[in-house]
Design a binder for this molecule. Structure first.
Ligand code: SF4
Ligand code: SF4
Length: 217
C-alpha cells in the first residue's frame, strides 16, 4: 500500500516572532465581519425553488371541474421503482371509465425520481415545488387521495401558479414538441420554455455547473 508523505514547511523566524498566522486569521475574521452575509435567514427568508424541483407529491385537479385528473391507468404505480404508490379503482361497466377509489403514496419510500409524473398521460401526478413538509408524526408523510389533492391546493396557493397555465418540466420537457405527447398532456407552454432553460434531463446534466445555475435563475 503506497503512503503519501508530505513534509511540513518550517516556519521562518519572522513568522514565529510576529505571529503572522494569527494576524492573518484575525484579518480574515475582520473582513468577514463587514462583508455581506451568505446565510439565508430561514424561515423568514425563503428560497424560491426552481421549476422542476421535486418536492411534495400532489394530485392535480382539473382547473374547470375541480375533480382529480387521475384516470387510474396505473402507469405511475407500475413504473415506480420504490413501489410506494397504491391505487384501487372500480368500473361501473365492463370497459367503462375507471373511477379512483384509493390513491396512496408512502412519501418516505419515494426516491423522487419523477418517473410517475413523466409517464402520467393526463398530467395528474406531480412532485410540487413545496419543500417544507417536515412533521413530528410519520403518518403526515403518508398521502391518501384527499391529502394529495390538498397538497395541490396548497401548492397553488403558496406558489401563485395559475392552475390552467401551470406546466411542470416533467410533464413536458422544454423543447419537446406537443405532438410527441399523449393527447391528455398537450397544453400551451410559456414563451420562454426553450431547451436552453431546461432544468431536467441529460442536456441539463451535461452543462457545466455554472451554466446549470444560470438556467435556474
Ligand atoms: S418520484 Fe419515483 S419513487 Fe417517488 S412516487 Fe414517483 S415514481 Fe415512485
Ligand atoms: S399515471 Fe396518472 S392517470 Fe395514471 S394512475 Fe397514475 S396519476 Fe393516475
Amino acid at each position: 500500500m503506497a503512503m503519501l508523505v508530505t513534509e511540513r514547511k518550517k516556519r521562518g523566524i519572522v513568522a514565529t516572532v510576529f505571529l503572522v498566522e494569527i494576524l492573518k486569521g484575525m484579518a480574515l475574521t475582520l473582513r468577514r465581519l463587514f462583508s455581506k452575509p451568505v446565510t439565508r435567514q430561514y424561515p423568514t427568508e425563503k428560497r424560491q425553488p426552481f421549476l422542476g424541483f421535486r418536492g411534495q407529491h400532489a394530485l392535480a385537479r382539473d382547473p374547470e371541474s375541480g375533480a382529480c385528473r387521475c384516470v387510474a391507468c396505473m402507469r405511475c404505480a407500475a413504473v415506480c421503482p420504490s413501489q410506494c404508490i397504491t391505487i384501487r379503482f372500480r368500473q361501473e361497466e365492463e370497459g367503462g371509465p375507471r373511477i379512483v377509489e384509493r390513491y396512496e403514496i408512502e412519501a418516505f419510500r419515494c426516491v423522487y425520481c419523477g418517473y410517475c409524473e413523466e409517464v402520467c398521460p393526463v398530467n395528474a401526478i406531480v412532485l410540487t415545488e413545496v419543500y417544507e413538509y417536515s412533521a413530528y408524526d410519520r403518518r403526515a408523510n403518508f398521502f391518501d387521495q384527499e391529502r394529495l389533492l390538498a397538497n395541490w391546493d396548497r401548492f397553488l396557493t403558496e406558489s401563485g401558479h395559475d392552475p390552467a397555465q401551470y406546466v411542470n418540466p416533467f410533464w413536458q420537457q422544454r423543447g419537446m414538441e406537443e405532438r410527441m405527447l399523449a393527447a391528455g398532456r398537450r397544453k400551451p407552454v410559456p414563451a420562454d420554455w426553450r431547451p436552453a432553460g431546461q432544468v431536467v434531463g441529460p442536456a441539463h446534466r451535461a452543462k457545466p455547473l455554472g451554466k446549470r445555475e444560470e438556467a435556474l435563475c
